[in-house]
Design a protein around this ligand. Structure first.
Ligand code: HXC
Length: 268
């Protein structure tokens, strides 16, 4: 589907996207690139990174991949530094790296719980922490209306409760708290906007393949307000709004992009 945004809204910007080689992250890489940004992707799997970077370059997007695990502070520090060295700045940080699996709480080991907290929550904070000095330059240094900005990919699971996802629910609740607190502190001190997106079920993603067997999927369709799965494109368009000048007065919000699903109830 064609983008409703002008093709140059991110012109001259550099975006570092964790988990940007696959799923929603790759769609963000592609759409940010198509709208003028240079793209650095951080991920753990070399082949996924190489394939993603080749695909982006093939359509003329300046792109580079850096291997790294958001759970390791030294990886985070190295990747933000390498991105700045390669492209000259970091204007946009997207935290899209995440871990997930379905497991009843009774069967989840504390280490399994901690693993997802480490990737989603601590990993998000670590990336923000290490990127700050570069984002500061993107913000106050340029004094433009769209300074450095952060986008955290969250979920809606923790608004209520979610079967077999206690670890992810806890982790994404922490991500939302990180979004709000950094929006307050870094918005005030450095002109850095921090927002999030909470996607609903999005077709053709690792999350859906792992979490949503066909039967759950068809049950949800009965009472979803928009009666369909979202597309990765829907998340990317919301992201473009939030990270571009269009969203210049939006700070500390997590935008729900789920077709209204989390509000819905089965009909009586
Ligand atoms: C129970 C599990 C488990 C499972 C791992 N563990 N998988 N427990 N059921 N299916 C436990 C292990 O037993 C271990 O605890 C601990 O978790 C760490 O496991 P490792 O395999 O050593 O971890 P690691 O190799 O680092 O892998 C991390 C991972 C993996 C999260 C487990 O799945 C991963 O990296 N996934 C990344 C890709 C991914 O999932 N993307 C989808 C994101 S979708 P013990 O106690 O045995 O040592 C998404 C959508 C969210 O985030 C919102 C949905 C609506």
């Amino acid at each position: 589907m064609e983008s409703p945004f002008k093709a140059d809204i991110l012109k001259g910007k550099v975006a570092l996207i964790t988990g940007g080689g696959s799923g929603i992250g790759f769609e963000l890489s592609t759409q940010f690139g198509k709208h003028g940004a240079s793209i650095a992707i951080m991920g753990r799997r070399k082949q996924v990174l190489d394939d993603a970077v080749s695909a982006l370059r093939l359509i003329g997007i300046p792109a580079i991949g850096f291997e790294g695990d958001v759970r390791k502070q030294e990886d985070a520090a190295r990747v933000v530094e390498s991105t700045d060295k390669h492209f000259g700045s970091i204007d946009i940080l997207v935290n899209a790296a995440a871990g997930n699996f379905l497991v009843p709480a009774e069967d989840l080991s504390p280490n399994g719980f901690r693993t997802v907290m480490d990737i989603d929550s601590v990993g998000t904070f670590t990336m923000c922490h290490e990127a700050l000095k570069y984002l500061k330059k993107g913000g106050l240094g340029k004094r433009s209306s769209s300074g450095g900005t952060i986008l955290n990919i969250s979920a809606t699971l923790h608004y209520t409760a979610a079967w077999y996802q206690i670890h992810v629910s806890a982790a994404k609740a922490a991500v939302d708290a990180i979004t709000r607190n950094l929006a307050l502190e870094w918005g005030t001190d450095y002109d850095i906007r921090v927002n999030g997106i909470a996607p609903g079920p999005i077709g053709d993603t690792p999350g859906m393949r792992k979490l949503d067997p066909e039967e759950i999927n068809s049950k949800a369709r009965d009472y979803m307000p928009l009666f369909k799965l979202g597309e990765k494109w829907d998340i990317a368009m919301a992201a473009l709004y939030l990270v571009s000048d269009a969203g210049k007065f939006v700070n500390g919000t997590t935008m729900i992009v789920d077709g209204g699903l989390w509000l819905s109830r089965p009909r009586d």
